[in-house]
Design a protein around this ligand. Sequence first.
Ligand SMILES: Cc1cc2nc3c(=O)[nH]c(=O)nc-3n(C[C@H](O)[C@H](O)[C@H](O)COP(=O)(O)OP(=O)(O)OC[C@H]3O[C@@H](n4cnc5c(N)ncnc54)[C@H](O)[C@@H]3O)c2cc1C
Length: 421
Amino acid sequence: MKINSYYQATTNRTVTGTELQGDVSADVCVIGAGYTGLSAALELAQAGYKVVVLEAETIGWGASGRNGGQICTGFSSGQGKIIAQLGKADAKKAFDISEEAKKLLIDRIAKHKIDCDVEWGYMHCIPKPHQFAELQAWAQEYEELGYGGNTLLTKAELETKLGTTIYHGALREQHAGHFHPLNYCLGLADAALKAGAIIHENSAALELDTGAKPWARTAKGKVSAKFMIIGGNAYLGKVVKPLYGRVMPVASYIIATEPLGENQAKALIADNEAVANTNFIVDYYRRSKDHRMLFGGRASYSGVTPPALGEYMRPRMTAVFPQLKDVKIDYAWGGNIAITSNRIPDCGRLSPTVYYAHGYSGQGVALANMYGKLMAECVMGTAERFDLLARVKHLPFPGGALRMPLLVAAMMYYRVKDAIS
Ligand SMILES: Cc1cc2nc3c(=O)[nH]c(=O)nc-3n(C[C@H](O)[C@H](O)[C@H](O)COP(=O)(O)OP(=O)(O)OC[C@H]3O[C@@H](n4cnc5c(N)ncnc54)[C@H](O)[C@@H]3O)c2cc1C
């Protein structure tokens, strides 16, 4: 599928792989060339393992090449749900792993010289005045976790930083931010290739054996391996039956305006932070390097991309920035987010040699890199941190005829909740 993505139009790299032809063996077969799979592949190739990555489409074709580029803190669920599952001490270890995820990203960008426009600063904005107490509790929680650099902004303070009056305050993080997600993904792939990994594009794993001696068959070949790592996330579909139902693909959409010029872009987001509101169905946005507004949001369970996507998204953007009502929208695209029922990522083993991680629930830019690394650590014999995260339990989503109606009902519930809370 071809998408009209700003990232594809502005990428600074070309990294490709050939289609798998014939039967090969490897130490590790990785499914999916997004952050999860590529991160695992890089770690393992650097350690001397023979790694073969199978990608159904092209490198970064999935969420990793299309996302909002927002480098977030912690887990999409919030820390409370992790504490409820793991207890306070282990939940703190999980949070530390999520912080290490950001550090991993930064270190890789520096080490592999990945040019991907990183900017720091992130503002979480509240749509309702009474939500300020929630921001205070959030700031307090970060303090207790030892995560510093956060500031609470009143409505008046926020209005000096954002060209809108619709919010009632914000939590500003210094150590979260944004970047060009596709350039990072291609840089990661390049690093994995240079370390010796083999990446096959247009090579969907159509049939997999996830038992003790795993293999994956594509249209033109087969990879037999000692270990398998599955990073297909929202695009895996039904090919690995035990994983279907553990996550739900939900579409999210982004538009990029025409270049606005530096002054107008600064009038919208003065200090070039990433911005999101605190709704369940979140608006997320930021400036691009060439001074466009990149505005993301909405959600759809139907899998059908609305026609005239740019105009479908425009009201969402102009509700925040009415001054953009007449700007041209140059790009509009979407992608699938894999959500779990509790919004905590889901990871585990399908057999002693087959690992999976998915379901970052819209917050995988940093985390997917880390879960990929943790799976690589498992292959290398250290599973402690992966096992800690794998203890989290998830309710599966319904299958069969009830799946779609129940999800649409859930969506309606959250829309109403956002409106009245
Ligand atoms: C529109 C959008 C906006 C987002 N915004 C943000 C954001 O701002 N911040 C944030 O933190 N997160 C965001 N996310 C989420 C984030 O992008 C993902 O969590 C992350 O990229 C997941 O990486 P991944 O490698 O697990 O999955 P993906 O990047 O989706 O990669 C999976 C790959 O597996 C391949 N694949 C699937 N099945 C097979 C098969 N059978 N054989 C071979 N290959 C297969 C797919 O083709 C795909 O390329 C967003 C996601 C979307 C879609």
